[in-house]
Design a protein around this ligand. Structure first.
Ligand SMILES: [Zn+2]
Length: 95
């Protein structure tokens, strides 16, 4: 692979892909520093700890099952946030 292309590891399948082919997830915290939401950074401009995922539902489900988001953000991820991630993912992959 061309070394000039930035690659990132998908937290679902653990394979490396060009950064531009992956979704970047960023965590938003509330005032107490708890996970408020995990959003897909489509602009690439959001700050904070992030992780990358292939644009397919298999990798998303793998990541959710393996608790990869918990590991990345070092915090529990409530079920309602996981549902939000699924919704957002679905919306973006169907466009
Ligand atoms: Zn993947």
């Amino acid at each position: 692979m061309d070394k000039r292309i930035p690659v990132r590891t998908c937290i679902g399948c653990n394979n490396e892909f060009p950064k531009k082919d992956l979704f970047r997830f960023v965590r938003k915290t509330d005032e107490a520093g708890m996970t408020d939401s995990i959003i897909i950074d489509t602009s690439g401009a959001l700050h904070g700890r992030g992780c990358y995922l292939c644009r397919n539902t298999d990798c998303l489900e793998k990541a959710l099952k393996k608790r990869s988001f918990e590991r990345t953000f070092k915090d529990p991820v409530p079920e309602r946030i996981k549902e939000d991630i699924r919704e957002e993912f679905k919306r973006l992959t169907q466009e």
